[in-house]
Write a protein of this length. Sequence first.
Length: 438
Amino acid sequence: MIRCYVTQKDTPFKLNEKDLSLQSDDLPVEKHIRIDQGITGQTILGFGGAFTEASAYNLSRIDESIQDRAIKAYFDPEEGLGYTLGRVSIHGCDFSLGSYLYIDDYDDTLESFSVDRDLRIIDLIKRASTYAKTDIRILASPWTPPFWMKDNHSPIRGGKLLPAYDQTWANYFVRFIQAYETHGIDIFAVTVQNEPQASQRWDSCIYDDDDELRFVKVLGRTFEREKLKQKIYIWDHNRDGMVGRAKAIYGDREATRYVHGTAFHWYENEQFIEVEKHRALFPDKHLLFTEGCQENGPHFGDYSVGERYGRNMIRDLQNGTEGYIDWNLFLDDTGGPNHVNNLCSAPMIIKVYNEELVHMPAYYYIGHFSKFIRPGAVRIKTDLSPDMLCVAFRNVDRSIVIVYMNESEEDHGVQLEGAIDWTFRAGKRSISTIVVKD
């Protein structure tokens, strides 16, 4: 049985099933995809988005019935996108309503530690898990240590963690994980630092190679001593620097023992070759995409934003990436709130005063992956004609999922071979997901 789902610019198709009789015609075959199920790659963790304070706040501003529709649209595996992953910040980030900590200022004992500020976020995670029909796997990342633990004595504009505070900061990670567990939320992994090479006007901290190497050892020893099973990812920044940082950390015998893999973002460039290099150099380490969005406001009606998601997801998945976590789940129609006006887009925008949910092109493009490529799926080899955007997976239930994207202004005639033998029309400016079941 074959089913095909399509999203296409300037058409009614938005993640809709398309009649197969409309897919085969006399269009000349110009593209070829050959699938080899005998050669497999990475196993998929899942797809998801970030449970920021801004997202939780935006939901709280609308009627509860509309909140439920919004959560369902992301997390329900049948009627939504089937999200199973999420990300939270360890205390404040730019998409918090303001900078904040879990402890009182200068409390190096951590006795005042409390995640009460995050209760709205925690509640959202629980509601999402209900619709997902499974616990959402949560990754946690800090944007900055507490200000007095840094050499610039500020939560913003970079600065560095003072080595004298390494152990206190590692203990803070432990307290965070334990506090979320008391609220029924399991943190499956952490990153050392969000964007460790970015000195921002918002919460940020600089870790050069030696800084992250030093702190990874302290954090790894601390997790080991506390018998914590959470995975540690390094880098958590753009692709262009991921290989250099990986060499610095994985070249150290002790540090590499503690680190599960490398997290990365997409900003500034699309250097997919760096992801490929990482996979070749460190085949035993894992790759996780942990943040991406369209910057500078909501971008209503901009179809190219959806195409940016599709292109990036296919290329990264081709190169061994195991999961994809988008940035904010829900932003308002200004692209916020953001306490430093760093406004962005999101796959779902809430027009708060109209209580309206807007599904952006990115929502549908992500869905072509997340709805059909399920946790536990393995990538299978595809031999492609040049310049093709395509990736294929085999799910646990043995179904085959092929995602094909056509960014050009012309329709493509595409021949599939291997799992099935079938010719289909890939419309211009479209993305297609083909699901093959026995």
